[in-house]
Design a protein around this ligand. Structure first.
Ligand code: DGY
Length: 426
C-alpha cells in the first residue's frame, strides 16, 4: 500500500514540476509559493536530491535586498490567477508579491542537509543558502518586531497561509474596503466557492495590498502602517524552529556567528510565547498588536506552535488538547475547534485539515516526547489520502476533499510520512 501511495505522490510532484520550481497545483495556483516550495523539496529529496535543492534555490534567487523572501514568485504570466503582478506592483525584475509567508526554509534545509546521500552537494548548497536564510530571519525581527518583543507580527492574512482563519475576523473589521476597484476573482473559477474565502474578505485582502503598494513596499513603514498586525503563534513557532535548525546547520558548517544569533532568536521567541499561552484551552492564542489583546479563537495556530522547541510541558498539554479534539473531529487536526459555532469544515482555514500542518505538528510533538499522538496524526493524514486522494484540504468530519486537486505539498507530505522515518531526528 505505501509503495503505491509513494508512487502516486511522486507522480503528482513530477506533474506539477515546471523545471526549477513546482506549482502547488495547475490552474488555481500557477506560480511558485514560498512555503509550498520548501515543504515540497522535502518530498522531492526522496527521489532526486539535486531537484530538491533547486526548488529552494529558485525561491531564494528572488529574495529582496532587505532580506524578505516573497510569498509568490510570478515566474511567468498567467491570466488565471488574481491578484497578479499588476495588482502588487512591486517593481521587481521578475515580479513577486510584497509580503512573505511562514519561514519553513530553515527547518526544511536542515532536514535536506542531514539526510542527504550526496554529501558534497548538500554541503555546497546548504553553505550558499545559510546566509540567505539568516538574512530573512534578521529581516523578520528588524521589520516585523520593531519594538523588540521577541515575537514577529504578520501584516496580511496571506502571510500566515491561513488566509480566512476565524482568528482574523475581529481584526479584519478594522480593514476598510474603500478605494478597492471592482475585480474578478479567479480562485472561485478553479475551486468550489464554498471552499474559498468570501468576497468581503477578498476586498480587504486587496485593500491591504493597495495600502502597502502606496508606501512603495518600504518594509521600514509597512508594519506600523498596517491596521492588521497579528502575532500568530503558529507562524512564530515555525520561525523559532527555523532559527533553532539554522543554528544546528551553522554549527555543522562552522559559522559561529550565525549559530549564536540564531540560538538567541530562538530562546527569546520561546520565552516571549509564554504570554500567548492559554492554560484553560491547553494551547497558544493569537495576539492582536493593534488592539493589544489576545484573540479568543481556538484555532490550529496555537497547536502548530508545537513545531518549535517549546517547553516539554507545553507539548504535553498540546497533545492532550489534540486528544480532546478527537471527540469532535474524526480526522485530525482541524484548523479550527469544531465545537466553536464559527467552525466551517469545508471553508479553507475555518475548519478543514491540512496535511502540511499535520506534518509539522506531528514532527514537533514526536520531538517533544509525544509519539502516541504524533502517530495518530500521521494515521489520520494517511486515512484522508486513502479515502479522498491528494486534495488541498479535507473536512475533518467526513474527509470530503476540498479546494484544489493533485496537490503538490499534500503529495510531498505523504512521501515524508511514509518514507521519512528519520524526520524527527533533528
Ligand atoms: C490564494 O491565492 O488563495 C493564496 O492563499 C494567497 O497566497
Amino acid at each position: 500500500m505505501s509503495e503505491t501511495l509513494i508512487g502516486q505522490a511522486a507522480e503528482i510532484l513530477r506533474k506539477n514540476d515546471l523545471g526549477d520550481y513546482t506549482v502547488p497545483t495547475h490552474g488555481l495556483y500557477p506560480f511558485q509559493w514560498n512555503w509550498d516550495s520548501c515543504l515540497t523539496a522535502l518530498g522531492q529529496a526522496h527521489f532526486d536530491e539535486a531537484r530538491a535543492w533547486t526548488e529552494i534555490e529558485t525561491l531564494f534567487a528572488h529574495q529582496w535586498e532587505d532580506g524578505m523572501v516573497p510569498h509568490i514568485v510570478f515566474h511567468k504570466e498567467d491570466e488565471g490567477y488574481f491578484p497578479g503582478p499588476d495588482v502588487w506592483g512591486t517593481g521587481r525584475p521578475v515580479p513577486t508579491t510584497g509580503i512573505t509567508q511562514p519561514p519553513v526554509a530553515g527547518f526544511a534545509v536542515l532536514r535536506l542537509f542531514q539526510r542527504a546521500k550526496d554529501r558534497e552537494l548538500a554541503e555546497r548548497k546548504a553553505r550558499a543558502l545559510l546566509p540567505k536564510i539568516n538574512a530573512w530571519h534578521e529581516w523578520f525581527y528588524r521589520c516585523r518586531d520593531p519594538q523588540d518583543t521577541g515575537l514577529v507580527a504578520v501584516i496580511h492574512p496571506w502571510e500566515t497561509g491561513r488566509d480566512n482563519s476565524i482568528d482574523w475576523d475581529e481584526a479584519f473589521e478594522r480593514v476598510p474596503t474603500d478605494g478597492v476597484p471592482p475585480f474578478t476573482r479567479r480562485d472561485t473559477q478553479h475551486a468550489n466557492p464554498d471552499h474559498r474565502p468570501t468576497q468581503a474578505q477578498y476586498e480587504r485582502y486587496i485593500w491591504l495590498v493597495q495600502k502597502f503598494r502606496s508606501l512603495e513596499w518600504d518594509n521600514t513603514k509597512l508594519h506600523n502602517a498596517s491596521p492588521f498586525r497579528i502575532v500568530d503563534p503558529g507562524f512564530n513557532g515555525i520561525l523559532q524552529r527555523s532559527c533553532n535548525d539554522l543554528a544546528i546547520l551553522a554549527e555543522s558548517l562552522g559559522d559561529a556567528a550565525i549559530a549564536a544569533a540564531s540560538k538567541k532568536r530562538t530562546a527569546r521567541g520561546i520565552a516571549a510565547m509564554e504570554a500567548l499561552w492559554d492554560a484553560r484551552l491547553g494551547q497558544y492564542k493569537c495576539y492582536d498588536r493593534v488592539a493589544d489583546t489576545l484573540i479568543d479563537s481556538p484555532s490550529v495556530a496555537g497547536i502548530l506552535a508545537s513545531i518549535a522547541p517549546i517547553p516539554i510541558e507545553r507539548k504535553a498539554a498540546i497533545a492532550k488538547r489534540i486528544e480532546t479534539l478527537t471527540e469532535s473531529a474524526p480526522y485530525l487536526v482541524p484548523s479550527h475547534d469544531p465545537t466553536d459555532p464559527r467552525f466551517d469544515g469545508l471553508r479553507y482555514w475555518r475548519g478543514p485539515v491540512w496535511l502540511i500542518v499535520n506534518y509539522m505538528i506531528s514532527d514537533g510533538l514526536r520531538l517533544g516526547g509525544q509519539p502516541h499522538i504524533a502517530d495518530r496524526i500521521d494515521q489520520s493524514s494517511l486515512e484522508l489520502i486513502e479515502k479522498s486522494g491528494f486534495a488541498e484540504y479535507y473536512d475533518p468530519a467526513t474527509a470530503e476533499p476540498c479546494g484544489g486537486t493533485t496537490f503538490t505539498w499534500t503529495a510531498a507530505m505523504v512521501i515524508e510520512i511514509l518514507a521519512g522515518s528519520d524526520r524527527a531526528a533533528a
